[in-house]
Design a protein around this ligand. Structure first.
Ligand code: ZN
Length: 237
């Protein structure tokens, strides 16, 4: 069920709207079977344009992620089948839908790159195809898309846990780091942080700077594979 939000600010663009849509923090489509009960509650107020833009970004991320997950895991297998169908033109409901799937498939194939072309910054801890350890080919997921998605997760979980908007007084950053480079921060989150989980799809550990909300450190793990860290600080600090 979609939540109804009263008139107010969109969590993403921070503009005021008479009517707001409900944006699932983690898209419904990312769950191959029934959604875990608590995902229904993870909804944030978004204007229709931001909701639509994120929808497209998340559709592409889902297709890419689903090809990198453990296919032996029954939950992930369902996800892969669903994502594969979404880029199969013959599965289209009508001509327009088939065309949409065809374009999506073309975008997906463009992401395959030879190992010699992978940029150095494209190393993501715990991320990689399970079945082909020696493959010379990889799937390039643009850093920008992942960061944008990470920012949405952070803005969203802050709203869900604290009912606070991240605004221009704050600065947010999303980074991909090897655990060994940020040991102290991980230790801080592990010792004093709170955990919010939603089935196997997402786990978020947060350490909030108590007197400076919503400042804090965020450890986001998606499908137990893609890990990113986020920071919210007061602007200028
Ligand atoms: Zn918006």
């Amino acid at each position: 069920m979609s939540k109804r939000f009263p008139p107010g600010k969109c969590i993403h663009c921070l503009k005021d709207f008479e009517s707001l849509t409900s944006d699932h923090l983690l898209p419904k489509a990312w769950f191959p079977k029934d959604m875990p009960e608590n995902i229904g509650r993870w909804q944030i107020p978004s204007c229709s344009e931001c909701n639509k833009n994120y929808g497209k970004l998340e559709e592409d991320l889902l297709v890419a992620f689903s090809h990198c997950l453990d296919q032996k895991d029954p939950l992930c297998k369902g996800l892969y089948i669903k994502a594969k169908r979404s880029i199969t033109p013959s599965a289209g409901r009508n001509e327009r839908d088939s065309e949409k799937r065809k374009k999506k498939r073309a975008r997906f194939w463009k992401k395959f790159v030879h190992i010699s072309q992978v940029p150095k910054s494209a190393f993501f801890p715990r991320f990689g195809p399970n079945e082909v350890p020696n493959s010379d080919w990889g799937l390039l997921i643009p850093e920008e898309s992942l960061k944008k998605f990470g920012e949405k997760i952070i803005r969203g979980i802050i709203y869900i846990t604290k009912k606070i908007y991240v605004n221009s007084a704050h600065e947010m950053s999303v980074v991909f780091q090897h655990e060994k480079n940020i040991k102290d921060l991980i230790n801080l989150i592990d010792t004093h942080g709170e955990i919010h989980e939603c089935g196997p799809a997402i786990s978020i550990k947060i350490w909030y700077a108590k007197d400076y909300l919503p400042c804090g450190i965020f450890d986001i793990l998606i499908w137990r594979k893609v890990r990113m860290y986020g920071f919210v600080v007061k602007r200028g600090e």
